[in-house]
Design a protein around this ligand. Structure first.
Ligand SMILES: [Zn+2]
Ligand SMILES: [Zn+2]
Length: 105
């Protein structure tokens, strides 16, 4: 069974690949975030070694932190992606998740 499920039906074991899915469906073509600013990783925007710089000026200590930053600024309050579908992370390990999927107990 896959470890990560999205409400659109996407499911995969790999956390990085799941993050890729979320970035793919939530990152607008113009990289404009919910705050109206542009967010994308700068290739070598003067960030010190080991740090990742965002175009908005944010500096992350790791790629995971940068990914979190991008998802926070791109995911709208209604969780609807640029494809018009809702993308909510479904955690199959929680009882609530199982009930949503119709499994008894
Ligand atoms: Zn940013
Ligand atoms: Zn999805």
């Amino acid at each position: 069974m896959s470890c990560f499920h999205c409400s659109c039906g996407f499911a995969i074991d790999d956390a990085d690949a799941f993050g890729d899915h979320l970035r793919l469906v939530f990152t607008p073509d113009d990289d404009a975030g919910n705050d109206g600013r542009v967010h994308h990783e700068l290739d070598d925007g003067g960030a010190p070694p080991g740090r990742h710089a965002c175009a908005c000026g944010f500096s992350a200590g790791g790629i995971a932190e940068l990914d979190d930053h991008l998802l926070i600024v791109f995911i709208p309050s209604d969780d609807t992606g640029i494809d018009g579908q809702k993308h909510l992370v479904v955690d199959p390990s929680t009882p609530g998740g199982w009930r949503v999927q119709g499994t008894p107990g």
